[in-house]
Design a protein around this ligand. Structure first.
Ligand SMILES: NC(=O)c1ccc[n+]([C@@H]2O[C@H](COP(=O)([O-])OP(=O)(O)OC[C@H]3O[C@@H](n4cnc5c(N)ncnc54)[C@H](OP(=O)(O)O)[C@@H]3O)[C@@H](O)[C@H]2O)c1
Length: 303
């Protein structure tokens, strides 16, 4: 059984849920955490930034490194994106390459670019249309090539839009719906693949536990959905009115061109491959959103 795990991005939305789950499953977890931040108390905290030339990992030997740390497409400065998401990944690899058996790299579906009405699976070629994604692919390719050279197992997961009681779903959608300030670019008329955070975490752990490394997986639920329908369903679930629209040029000035392009690119994605090794808890946003909303209600976070 895999014992010792390193999680980068451990303070983030998906990373914190992953650490939580791994700790509950009694793995020995190390969390890479930036100075001034705190990580899960039952994980070993390793203080460091991806760009630090010397991070003190001690003598730990990892069975798997889950690499989630990255700037999001909200970061508009291309130099920073390059420095953290590409150079930071290379820097991390240089420091852990002799201390791990495998690396699982987390990326997004943006790698496939414009795919029209075709249902996307893992055989599709990458066709990135943002600088953000181009940089992420360079980091992925670097890891892939270098892991192969030294015999470290490598896998990549491309997540759809991951929703749960944190991250973009809470910070950008729920909070703005509650304040009536959320608006839909392009009327929300594009298909997206969504995935509940429990399934995002569960699928990564399954890949590792079932020893299905050295492969690529797209991770979304079973129901490609128009963004507008997802948003309106969420609005109904929290009892607020459906949001209006915003012109794309205006949305870009607030959120940046890359993020709006990633958001408004329509894509239908198959989860057939990951479903062979992982049983989804939530097959559709219609099951997953009520679960998240009741969690937020219990925590009094829907004011
Ligand atoms: N959320 C989604 O819908 C989604 C979809 C597709 C792919 N992904 C990918 O999944 C991964 C995790 O996403 P998330 O939603 O959990 O993101 P998040 O909440 O923004 O978390 C990002 C994490 O990366 C850390 N980080 C950023 N810059 C760093 C640096 N220079 N050195 C060390 N750590 C650094 C952050 O640390 P601080 O807490 O110190 O800032 C945080 O722990 C990312 O790679 C993202 O691209 C996410």
């Amino acid at each position: 059984m895999t014992e010792s795990i390193l999680v980068t991005g451990a303070t983030g939305f998906i990373g914190s849920n992953l650490v939580n789950c791994l700790v509950k499953k009694r793995y020995q977890v190390s969390s890479l955490v930036r100075k001034g931040k705190s990580g899960h108390s039952k994980s070993k905290i390793i203080t460091g930034d991806l760009t630090d030339k010397k991070i003190d990992f001690g003598n730990e030997q990892y069975d798997c490194v889950f690499h989630l740390a990255s700037h999001t497409p909200l970061e508009k400065n291309k130099t920073i994106l390059h420095k953290v998401n590409l150079e930071g990944t290379k820097n991390l690899f240089d420091q852990i390459k002799n201390n791990t058996k495998s690396i699982l790299y987390v990326s997004g579906l943006g790698v496939y670019g414009e795919t029209g009405e075709r249902v996307v699976d893992e055989s599709f070629s990458y066709n990135p249309n943002t600088e953000f994604v181009k940089t992420r692919i360079m980091a992925q390719k670097y890891l892939e090539k270098n892991c192969k050279e030294i015999g470290v197992d490598f896998s990549v997961v491309h997540f759809g839009d991951v929703y749960g009681s944190g991250g973009w779903f809470y910070e950008f959608l729920i909070k703005r719906l509650l304040k009536h300030t959320f608006r839909l670019p392009k009327k929300g008329d594009y298909y997206k693949g969504f995935v509940h955070v429990d399934d995002a975490v569960g699928s990564m752990i399954s890949i590792m536990e079932k020893n299905k490394m050295n492969d690529t997986y797209n991770v979304v639920d079973s129901m490609p959905t128009k963004f507008r329908d997802f948003v309106n369903y969420t609005a109904d679930a929290i009892g607020v009115k459906h949001p209006g629209n915003v012109p794309v040029f205006l949305a870009k000035t607030v959120l940046g061109g890359d993020l709006i392009k990633l958001l408004t690119t329509s894509m239908k994605v198959s989860n057939e491959k990951i479903s062979k090794i992982y049983n989804f808890k939530f097959h559709s946003y219609k099951d997953g959103i009520p679960n998240v909303i009741s969690e937020l209600r219990n925590q009094n976070r829907l004011q």
